[in-house]
Design a protein around this ligand. Structure first.
Ligand code: CP
Ligand code: NVA
Length: 304
């Protein structure tokens, strides 16, 4: 994967996805070597972040390189200067770019104009690095991903889309339960199902149907960054989609609870459930760093 962009899970084959997970698990177990010594990753973020920014920064540090955070106020991509100019300026000074954007087209435009690899650190459409960390967490729990059933409850958003693609590629059977107006678009489901992989993606309305037989129950926020004006409407529309004790009682007793964080307790997940022994949300958060190490070592360092 040396020199390639990672703007979407669709940039990976099933074999590459499996290789990244193996690499991440190996680095988590054995530590990292300084394969990125002398390299700098620029992190251009249009939205706030705790996990993604910290995990990219720490991953570069652990691989012997460094990360440079560029805040929205400084760069003002597309306002202070065109996205394509940001891409070409950064390409003259750094060896890689991680971008967190509103429009997904901003990430792909950066990738089109940059001479260095561009990694999607979340866009309105996808969150591919999160999906890698999620699969890593499932691998740690289940050994193999083949046939592992995951119930995603809530909004058919960026996190759900990347998870859908990654599930099909990796052998996970994903069931997405959303209110009618918040399902993943048919086009996304068609793209996911056309991928060369052994997993599957199914959409349903009823969260209770989704969690039956699930090995993992997954929540994300109902209102994503950039949708704040819709919060009141969304809170109304997602009623009945909270992962609470009643819903978990309908899942197998050993089903793990997943959330990409930040979580809104009392909305998409109850405090009781996220604090329960079945919750692996902080393993997921830590695995962001291990997954990113694998991505950066592969793309910037040629490690495979
Ligand atoms: N899960 C995740 O991407 O968290 P941040 O928004 O804090 O980076
Ligand atoms: N769907 C959420 C994920 C946050 C990590 C958002 O885009 O805000």
């Amino acid at each position: 994967m040396y020199g390639r962009d990672f703007t979407s899970i669709l940039d990976l084959s099933a074999a590459e996805l499996a290789m990244l997970l193996d690499l991440a698990l190996g680095m988590k177990r054995d530590g990292c070597s300084p394969v990125l010594a002398g390299q700098t990753l620029a992190m251009v973020f249009e939205k706030p972040s705790l996990r993604t920014r910290t995990s990219f920064d720490m991953a570069m540090h652990r691989l012997g390189g460094r990360a440079l955070y560029l805040s929205p106020r400084e760069v003002q991509m597309g306002e202070r200067e065109p996205v394509k100019d940001v891409a070409r300026v950064l390409s003259r000074m750094v060896q890689g770019i991680a971008a967190r954007t509103y429009l997904h087209s901003t990430v792909t435009e950066l990738a089109a104009y940059a001479d260095v690899p561009v990694v999607n650190a979340l866009s309105d459409d996808e969150h591919p690095c999160q999906a890698l960390a999620d699969l890593l967490t499932l691998r740690e729990r289940h050994g193999s991903l083949q046939g592992v059933r995951v119930a995603y409850i809530g909004d058919g958003n960026n996190v759900a889309r990347s998870l859908a693609y990654a599930s099909v590629l990796s052998g996970v059977d994903l069931i997405v339960a959303t209110p009618a107006d918040y399902a993943l678009p048919d086009e996304t489901i068609e793209i996911a199902r056309a991928l060369q992989g052994t997993g599957s993606v199914t959409q349903v309305r009823d969260p209770y149907e989704a969690v039956r037989d699930a090995a993992a129950v997954y929540a994300d926020v109902w209102t994503s960054m950039g949708q704040e004006e819709e919060t009141a409407q969304r809170t109304e529309d997602f009623a009945g989609y909270e992962i609470d004790a009643a819903l978990m009682a309908a899942a197998p007793r050993d089903a793990i609870v997943m959330h990409d964080l930040p979580a809104h307790r009392g909305e998409e997940i109850s405090d009781e459930v996220i604090e329960s022994p079945n919750s692996v949300v902080f393993d997921q958060a830590e695995n962001r760093m291990h997954a990113q190490q694998a991505v950066l070592a592969s793309i910037l360092g040629g490690v495979s």
